[in-house]
Structure formats: C-alpha cells, structure tokens
Design a binder for this molecule. Structure first.
Ligand SMILES: *Cc1c(COP(=O)(O)O)cnc(C)c1O
Length: 432
C-alpha cells in the first residue's frame, strides 16, 4: 500500500496526515486514497488493452459517490445490484450504456428503473426472472438487453461465504439448463438476448478457477453463436483478489493472458466486473484505542471502531493488517494482543493474538485494506452512527460522507400517536 506511508513519524494517506484528519473528523473514520484507486484501475485497463473490454466497477464494494465518480472519470462503467446503486452510478456520471445490472433477485421496479435509464444489459440468473424482465420490458414497449449468467460449477477456492460459482450456490443458471433457457429467451417478446456472463466468487487469489470458468463460458458462447444465436457480449465477472496479509494477488498480466486465450477469435465485446480489486487497498479505517485491558490470559486493545463499522472479520474471519498511525520506535518489540471493539458480542473482534508494537490508550490505529466491503457493509448496531468517509487526493482531502448527528438518528424514528406524551390512548382492540 504505497498510498499509505509514514512521513515524519506519522502515517499519511498520500500527502495528508491521518493524525490531523482524526483531529478534524473524529474517529472512527474511513479514508480512501484517490491515487490508489486510479492506479488499480489503470493497471487493469492496461492489462486488458487491445481487447474490446469494458471495466464495469462493482459498486457493492464501495458505493461512495466520490469513489464512484473517481472511477467514472477514468472511463469505468458500473456493475450494479440495486436501484440505489443504479442511481449512484448515474449520479456519478457513468453513462447508462456502460451499466450492467446484476443480482439474483431484481424486483420489477428495479428492472423498470434499469430499462428507463437505458442500461447496457441485465444479467439474468433464472427462468422466472427472465419471464418477469420480459413482462416489464413489454409493458414499457421495450426489449431488455439481456445476458444469461451461467453457473459453471467451478470452485473458486475462496471463502465459502464469497464463493458463487458452484452448482449448489444460488447464483446463475446451471450449464445443463442453458440451452433451454436460451430458447426461451429468444422466444420472449421483451428480451433481446445479447450475451453470457459468469462470476464465480470474490477474493480469488488463484487463477486456476478462472481458467476453468472462462473455458466453459467461451465454449458455450462459441457453440451458441454457431447455432445462430446473435450473442455479442461475454461478461467475465469480477472477483480478482488483493493482498491482505502479504499473499500474492493474481498477476494481472496472467489474468489478461487467460482472458485473451479464451476470448480469442470470439465475436464478443468483453465485460469485467471488478470491485474489491479497484478499491480494497485504497482504504483504511482509522480507529482510536480507548483502553488497553490486561485480562487474565490476554491483553486486549479496545477500539472505538466496532463490528458495525467493519464486519469482515466477524463475518468472513477476514484478516486485516493493523498499523499504528504514530510510527513505532526503532527496534520496538511486538507483543501479541487481541484487538476488539466495544460491542457486547464476542464476534466484535478484529484480530486475535496479533503481534503489534507497544500501543497506548489514545493512540490511533489504521485497519488496512478496508476500502472494499467496509463502509458499505456498516450498520448502526448499538445505535452507533455510521463512520464518516474521507477521500484524499495529494495534499487535499474532503469529507465524502459526514458522520450523521444524533438528532438525525432520532428524527428517523417517528413515534406513533399512541405512544406520544399527552395523547389520548386509543381503545384497545376488542374493548368497547
Ligand atoms: C460481488 C460481485 C462482483 C464484484 O466482486 P469483487 O470480488 O469485489 O470483484 C462482480 N460481479 C458480481 C455479479 C458480483 O456479485
């Protein structure tokens, strides 16, 4: 993570001191580095250069408008999974004809919103969804540009909760049902069948599963195209992994070579849907150590950030590196600590027995690689306010999502009349 580095004994995001940011914004907060987002996007675009490729950023990794706008300005399209994300993508300036609508459970309202906007394609995951999309499009006098998401039955070799390409997963249409589904799609009045799509999982660090999935998908594409099905787009999905713990991320050149091998000679535009890869290492969550607690068996650092701010460790046993914002003294000896949040759940634990240099109450810690699936998965559990988000660019920074105030939090929960002070209590049901 070159975007986050020590300067004058303190961790900086590009040219901005995280200590200074913590003073102005308060903790916990997310901080994203524009340069890291741009570098990741450009690296991928360069690796795929010469191919008819569209990089559609998966907003679900980080849907902050300023982050999406940063990618939009580089030419990215979008992969959205809800009407909310569709609206964010459009508001960020991503042209509708670069937007793919994915997801196993789109509502009819969401389909209509995508059709009204004129998006590039819907990735459809089942026969009933295909029929619903056709009905919605027909009622609007339109045909929905559609790709069928294929379930290639490939093990992505990643965490079970983010693996999506096995036959037992809820995603995509089984290979054995594709021919019939294609026939149906071609017969439906509101469907314009244009492509095939695949997405086998997230945080892939091994390219082998991609090879297996791409091979099955391109063979199917070739076969259908040969049968005269007018396909024009092949969507290879997302899932490229990043380095959280020094693991080697997939080599982009090797990934691109795999794409070239399987797409060679196919009459197809290519779509890619990276999320984590573009933003994961561009973000940190900055938290303050509230207490250093010496338990009977362990030492605990109690942070002011909690599982509601970053749920990945609780949900996926995810590893995140920790860095003290104040540079550790030269030769500081690392000691194992449990790093926990304040919430009354044992799952509110970020790391166990993690070797860290000496840290005191009041110190700031950076929880690294939290640009993806961090803020977007946060909640207000324990009536905690959502952590603010800050975007840095060189020496500049901007708050791109403010910490809500408590008045706003309470205003969001109106009381029914019968619970308000000074109101006549309505009769109970069944009582005269
Ligand atoms: C989640 C998802 C992505 C993005 O996954 P990453 O691992 O963040 O790259 C892309 N496409 C689909 C269909 C998804 O569900």
């Amino acid at each position: 993570m070159t975007a986050f580095h020590y300067r004058d004994g303190a961790l900086h995001a590009e040219g901005v001191s995280l200590t200074a940011l913590a003073e102005t914004v308060g903790t916990p907060f997310y901080c994203y580095a524009s340069g890291a987002i741009e570098d990741a996007y450009n690296a991928m675009a360069n690796a795929l250069s010469g191919l008819p490729a569209m990089i559609c950023y998966a907003l679900k990794a980080n849907g902050n408008l300023a982050v999406v706008r940063t990618l939009a300005k580089l030419g990215a399209g979008a992969d959205v999974v809800s009407e909310g994300e569709l609206r964010v993508a459009l508001a960020a300036g991503i042209p509708a004809d670069k937007i793919v609508f994915a997801g196993v459970g789109k509502t009819r309202e969401e389909m209509a919103a995508g059709l009204r906007a004129g998006i590039l394609q819907f990735n459809v995951e089942s026969v009933p969804e295909l029929e619903a999309l056709s009905e919605v499009a027909t009622s609007m006098g339109l045909r929905a540009p559609t790709a069928l998401r294929v379930n290639p039955d490939v093990d992505a070799l990643t965490h079970a909760k983010i693996s999506t390409g096995r036959a037992e997963n809820k995603f995509g249409i089984d290979l054995g049902h594709i021919q019939d589904t294609v026939k149906l799609a071609l017969s439906l009045p509101g469907i314009s069948l244009e492509g095939l799509a695949v997405h086998i999982g997230s945080q892939l660090t091994d390219l082998t599963p991609y090879g297996a999935a791409f091979e099955r998908l391109s063979a199917l594409y070739r076969d259908l195209h040969g049968q005269g099905v007018p396909l024009r787009r092949l969507d290879f999905g997302g899932g490229l992994g990043i380095s959280y713990d020094g693991e080697t991320p997939p080599d982009l050149a090797a990934y691109a070579a795999l794409v070239r091998k399987h797409a060679a000679g196919l009459p197809a535009e290519l779509v890619f849907e990276p999320g984590r890869f573009l933003v994961g290492n561009a973000g940190v969550l900055i938290a303050r150590v509230l207490y250093v607690k010496q338990g009977a068996a362990r030492r605990f650092l109690v942070l002011d950030a909690a599982m509601n701010d970053l749920i990945r460790p609780s949900m996926y046993d995810a590893y995140h590196a920790f860095k003290p914002v104040r540079a550790p003294a030269a030769g500081a000896v690392e000691m194992p600590v449990d790093i926990v949040g304040p919430i009354c759940e044992s799952a509110d634990t970020f790391a166990k027995q993690r070797p860290l240099p000496p840290v005191e109450a009041g110190d700031l810690l950076a929880i690294c690689s939290t640009g993806a699936y961090g803020a977007v998965m946060s909640s207000t559990y324990n009536c905690r306010r959502l952590a603010p988000e800050v975007l840095v660019r060189g020496e500049d920074h901007a708050i791109v999502r403010a910490r809500p105030d408590y008045a706003a939090m309470l205003a969001g929960s109106p009381l029914p009349d019968w619970l308000k002070d000074g109101q006549v209590q309505p009769a109970k049901r069944g009582v005269a």
